[in-house]
Unconditional design. Structure first.
Length: 162
């Protein structure tokens, strides 16, 4: 018998996604919506306690997406109410989400990583030609992982200079 608590959509009024962590969200247009979300947080905490799944309020974040309504949310921990921390951005599965939903921060991080890879290739392989590279790739399993990037880089550089 498989027991899941993932039929939460029956008793949680907000939208919910569960994977490695839980995302709970709703549109806040008045005080009642805020209260519904707070009630859902309370229900989620009760569910996690029932199933002996620790929920750490210090790791929980609140992000106000495209609004500045003064809302505060709380979770109970050891019979004390803990205010949840507000965040302006969150990273989940490698994707950075900001409060204004603009992709600038995500693009900047991707460009930074790509530039670092290109600098690494240029610094360590600027004297290497394709036959030398293929010989070194045959001798090293580690260089094989970077192989297609370097080979493409060398082919583009060679064709651009002719």
């Amino acid at each position: 018998m498989v027991i899941t608590g993932f039929n939460m959509h029956n008793w949680i009024k907000s939208s919910i996604k569960m994977f490695a962590d839980t995302k709970l969200w709703t549109t806040i247009s008045d005080v009642d919506d805020k209260q519904k979300l707070q009630d859902d947080l309370r229900k989620l905490k009760r569910w996690s306690d029932k199933w002996l799944l620790k929920c750490n309020p210090d790791k929980c974040r609140v992000m106000h997406v495209r609004h500045n309504y003064p809302t505060e949310y709380y979770m109970e921990q050891d019979s004390k109410l803990c205010k949840l921390i507000e965040a302006t951005e969150e990273k989940d599965l490698g994707v950075i989400t900001t409060y204004d939903l603009k992709p600038a921060r995500q693009c900047a991080e991707a460009a930074k990583k790509a530039t670092a890879i290109l600098r690494l290739i240029k610094r360590h392989f600027h004297d290497m030609n394709i036959p030398t590279y293929r010989l070194s790739r045959a001798n090293s399993e580690e260089s094989y992982k970077v192989g297609p990037r370097i080979e493409t880089f060398n082919i583009r550089r060679t064709s651009a200079s002719t």
